[in-house]
Design a protein around this ligand. Structure first.
Ligand SMILES: NC(=O)c1ccc[n+]([C@@H]2O[C@H](COP(=O)([O-])OP(=O)(O)OC[C@H]3O[C@@H](n4cnc5c(N)ncnc54)[C@H](O)[C@@H]3O)[C@@H](O)[C@H]2O)c1
Ligand SMILES: [Zn+2]
Ligand SMILES: [Zn+2]
Length: 440
């Protein structure tokens, strides 16, 4: 699939953008550790050239914290088109400003910053509204444009389908348009509290706000990974009356019950999820949130269709949501999807008047200041509840395998570099992925 998609993209040629994804290297030839993709389930920590200022709006960030996201698993499984061998992955990171381009006036070397996972231009119609993930001018993928009619912003470390920008699972990152894509972090806020402003906090918040969770709603959440857990917490803060989380990983179900006090459904125990939802909530859910994964089919039907490439994406969760919500209920898709799915229950969608909402890639710029100032600083939302492990960047390749198979109750991981501070009190201490395995 990758070869064919790359050939199509090459044939169409790149679309014009205001940023160039390729970076200049430091002239002294110095290198850094970075995680690169080489094929399905083949990622490696390599020595890569350290980026230098390439365009006048660039900032080079020395990374003090990075992580892995459920979205990276789609790349790991080769499910996103136009990956190329050697691509540096990672789209959630923070650090210290190392170098700034001549056009950057709002940041200075030494300042602590978080990067948004999307690279926005800051000036287009979407950026003016802070809808940074929808920026029109930073993604050169003609393939995405042909498939979707339009294209998202460029993203860090997320294939050439989203612009081909080297990512943040590295010791240094070049941040194009650094003047808009970096948020300064006050001294009193630890790296563990700040880093997730890059993605999972705005993403889970967007899922809840954009799908319209209101006071007294009964909310179902498919997938209890970091996004699902944070969405549950936001739904609680918005006044949801009941929250039901659906997953099959025993540690994740237990984590949701114990840390958040929500109800759960184990879809391996209750194979008919919608039946179980109606046993628990006879009226149906007010809101359903898809925080799962499009590449994990449950039924033989979809396993076969996906294997035969009759569909790229699996609609099982979408169908369960459409059936489980009440008439005129809302169902939001924040989980990533890439292409086409067969057998969507369009009848129930229409007849019940279900508001099915594609939430899109979350516009981080719209929410990150609000989340920092109104929730993290006053202590209303402590993102560290979701961190289960901390590992060094040397273990990044092993972390992909462990996170993919959800070993040792892993939820969110803080990945440290040689530039990281010591773990903040109360947060996980450094472990090695090999040691998690031996405990299983
Ligand atoms: N839209 C955005 O901006 C954005 C940003 C970040 C992540 N995401 C997406 O959000 C999703 C969740 O991210 P994460 O980091 O929590 O991922 P994760 O892989 O850690 O968690 C996904 C969870 O979904 C569960 N799951 C899989 N199939 C299921 C099914 N049929 N029913 C119920 N649960 C199911 C898995 O067991 C797993 O626990 C991913 O698809 C990711 O790509 C979207
Ligand atoms: Zn992500
Ligand atoms: Zn823009």
């Amino acid at each position: 699939m990758q070869a064919a998609a790359n050939a199509v993209q090459d044939h169409m040629g790149p679309l014009p953008t205001v940023v160039n994804p390729e970076y200049k290297h430091r002239t002294d030839g110095s290198t850094m550790k970075a995680l690169a993709w080489f094929g399905t389930k083949d990622v490696r920590v390599i020595d890569a050239a350290i980026p230098d200022i390439t365009e006048a709006d660039d900032v080079i960030v020395k990374v003090t914290g990075t992580t892995i996201c459920g979205s990276d698993l789609h790349l790991y499984h080769g499910e996103i088109m136009t990956m190329q061998k050697g691509d540096i992955l990672g789209h959630e990171f923070m650090g210290v400003v190392d170098r700034i381009g001549p056009n950057v006036h709002n940041l200075k070397p030494g300042q602590r910053v978080v990067a948004s996972f999307q690279i926005a231009c800051g000036e287009c119609e979407y950026c003016k509204k802070k809808l940074s993930s929808f920026c029109d001018r930073t993604n050169n993928s003609s393939l995405q444009n042909a498939m979707y009619g339009q294209r998202d912003a460029g993203f860090f470390g997320y294939s050439h389908f989203t612009g081909g920008f080297p990512g943040g699972q590295a010791e240094y990152v070049r941040v194009p348009k650094g003047n808009v894509n970096l948020l300064p972090i006050p001294d009193g806020i630890s790296d563990e509290k700040a880093i997730y402003l890059s993605d999972i906090l705005p993403t889970s918040y967007h899922a809840v706000v954009d799908t319209g969770v209101e006071k007294d709603d009964v909310v179902g959440i498919w997938g209890l990974g970091p996004i699902g857990l944070c969405a549950a917490r936001w739904a609680q803060l918005k006044g949801a009356k009941r929250i039901i989380g659906i997953d099959a990983v025993p540690e994740r179900l237990a984590f949701a019950r114990e840390k958040l006090g929500i109800e759960t459904i184990d879809f391996k125990e209750y194979t008919d999820v919608t039946k179980r939802v109606y046993e628990m909530v006879p009226r149906g859910l007010d809101v359903a949130l898809d925080c799962g994964s499009f590449h994990e089919p449950k039924s033989i039907l979809h396993k076969v269709q996906k294997t035969l490439m009759l569909e790229t994406d699996v609609p099982e969760t979408i169908n369960e949501m459409i059936v489980s919500v009440r008439k005129m209920g809302r169902a939001g898709i924040i989980a990533a999807y890439a292409g086409y799915a067969n057998g969507v229950n369009v009848g129930a969608l229409m007849e019940k008047g279900v508001r099915l909402i594609g939430n899109g890639q979350a516009p981080v710029h719209k929410y990150w200041e609000e989340i920092l100032n109104d929730y993290i600083i006053p202590g209303k939302f402590d993102p560290t509840f979701v961190i289960t492990h901390r590992v060094p960047i040397d273990d990044m390749a092993k972390l992909y395998a462990a996170f993919d198979t959800r070993q040792a109750g892993v939820e969110k991981v803080f990945v440290e570099t040689k530039f990281s501070s010591k773990p903040d009190p109360g947060c996980p201490l450094t472990t090695r992925v090999d040691d998690w395995k031996s405990k299983n």
